[in-house]
Design a protein around this ligand. Structure first.
Ligand SMILES: NC(=O)c1ccc[n+]([C@@H]2O[C@H](COP(=O)([O-])OP(=O)(O)OC[C@H]3O[C@@H](n4cnc5c(N)ncnc54)[C@H](OP(=O)(O)O)[C@@H]3O)[C@@H](O)[C@H]2O)c1
Length: 240
C-alpha cells in the first residue's frame, strides 16, 4: 500500500482517464477526492465503487473557470480529507479549432480549465505549507505545432512550461511532473474511428489505454527523485 495515508485530489476524476487514475491510486491505498463538474452521477458511482473496494473516497464539484472556484475546490478537498498531499491536474477541454476559427471566448474556454485552473490549484495546494506532489496531464502534441487545435495546443504547451517552472519554484517541498498521453480516447461524442483517422502514426503501433496513463501517473508519484519530468505515454508518437 504505497500510497497509504496519502490524500489525493484528482480533477475531472469521474470519467475516462481521470477515473482510471482514481481507481489506480485508490487500489494503492490513497484516499481520493474525485472532482467533477458535470459528471455528478459518474462521480458518485465511482465513489461508491472505491468505498466498496475498501478505499476512502469523496466527491467535490467545481466549474474550474474562475480563480475563486479553484480556491474553493482546494479548500473543500482539504476540509474533506484534512489536507491534500497529491494534486492531479487532469480536467481539460479539447476542441479542434484553427487560429482563424478561435475567438477570444474559445481561447478562454480552453485556457481556463487547461492552464489557469491547474496553475491556481498548484498555488492553493502549495499554500498548505506541507510536502506534496503534483502531476499535470499534458498531451503528446506539446512537441509539435499542430495547427488543428490551437487554443488547446497552446494551453497544454503552457502547462508543460509551468510544470518545469513550478518544479524549480516549489522544490524541495513539492515535486511537479507531467504525464503526456498520446491518443487514448476519442473526444466526448466522437466514435473510436476518430483515433484511427486523426491520431497519426504511432512508432510502437500500440493503442494507449487509460490504465497506461494511470500507471504512468503512479510511477511518477512513487519515485521521490523525479521533478520537472515529462513522461510521454504515447507509443513514441511525440517523436514524429
Ligand atoms: N483522451 C485522450 O486521448 C487524451 C490525449 C492527450 C491528452 N489527454 C489529456 O489527458 C487528460 C484526461 O483526458 P480525458 O480525455 O479523459 O479528458 P476529458 O474527458 O476531455 O475531460 C476530463 C474532465 O475534465 C472536466 N472538465 C472540463 N471542463 C471543466 C470545467 N470547466 N471545470 C471543471 N472540470 C472540467 C470534465 O469533468 P465533468 O465530466 O465532471 O464535467 C471532464 O470529465 C486531459 O488533461 C487531456 O487533455 C487526453
Amino acid at each position: 500500500m504505497i500510497f497509504k495515508d496519502k490524500r489525493v485530489l484528482v480533477t475531472g476524476g469521474a470519467i475516462r482517464i481521470g477515473r482510471a487514475i482514481c481507481q489506480t491510486l485508490a487500489k494503492s491505498g490513497a484516499e481520493i477526492c474525485i472532482h467533477y463538474n458535470r459528471s455528478y452521477k459518474e462521480a458518485v458511482e465511482l465513489q461508491d465503487e472505491l468505498i466498496e473496494a475498501g478505499a476512502s473516497a469523496h466527491v467535490a464539484e467545481a466549474n474550474l473557470m474562475t480563480e475563486t472556484a479553484c480556491n474553493e475546490l482546494m479548500e473543500r478537498a482539504i476540509a474533506l480529507m484534512g489536507g491534500v498531499d497529491i494534486l492531479i491536474n487532469n480536467a481539460s477541454v479539447f476542441n479542434k479549432q484553427t487560429l482563424d476559427e478561435a475567438d477570444m471566448d474559445s481561447w478562454l474556454g480552453e485556457l481556463w480549465p487547461n492552464f489557469f485552473a491547474p496553475v491556481q490549484l498548484m498555488r492553493a495546494f502549495a499554500d498548505q505549507d506541507i510536502p506534496g506532489k503534483v502531476v499535470n496531464l499534458l498531451d503528446r502534441r506539446v512537441t509539435s505545432l499542430d495547427p488543428s487545435c490551437v487554443p488547446y495546443l497552446i494551453s497544454k504547451r503552457s502547462l508543460t512550461d509551468i510544470t518545469k517552472l513550478a518544479a524549480m519554484h516549489y522544490a524541495p517541498r513539492i515535486a511537479v511532473n507531467g504525464v503526456a498521453p498520446g491518443a487514448v480516447l476519442p473526444p466526448p461524442g466522437e466514435s473510436d474511428d476518430y483515433i484511427k483517422e486523426y491520431a497519426g502514426p504511432v512508432p510502437l503501433k500500440v493503442q494507449v489505454s487509460p490504465d497506461d496513463i494511470a500507471t504512468a501517473v503512479k510511477f511518477v508519484l512513487e519515485n521521490d527523485t523525479l521533478t520537472g519530468q515529462i513522461i510521454y505515454v504515447d507509443g513514441g508518437q511525440h517523436l514524429g
